[in-house]
Design a protein around this ligand. Structure first.
Ligand code: FE2
Length: 100
């Protein structure tokens, strides 16, 4: 994990995250809790793309994705943009992660 902090007096505390790629996220969540961000922005690639097995959603086969979104949403309002690794998410998946 690479962590860079810019302190700007009077500015909202924005946490910008990217490239979880379905990895364990405990360290990230611990760090987020310590910084108490005003909002969390996730710039994509939370999943790791590979061809789905048996038409299963990446949300079903990648165990860290949904808990990561839920943990972020428990800390602060969370916004997510799609990265190239989200190519196998369908509309139902997007709806699901919109309401963790
Ligand atoms: Fe990536």
């Amino acid at each position: 994990m690479i962590e860079t902090v810019y302190k700007i007096t009077g500015a909202p505390r924005i946490a910008l995250l990217s490239d979880l790629h379905n990895r364990s996220f405990d360290t990230v969540i611990t760090s987020l809790r310590s910084y108490r961000p005003t909002l969390i922005a996730i710039a994509g690639d939370v999943v790791s793309s590979w061809y789905p097995e048996n038409d299963q959603s990446p949300l079903e086969t990648q165990e860290n994705v949904k808990p990561f979104f839920s943990a972020c949403a428990d800390i602060a309002p969370t916004f997510f943009s799609l990265g190239n690794h989200e190519q196998f998410l369908d509309q139902q998946d997007l709806k699901e992660i919109s309401n963790p």
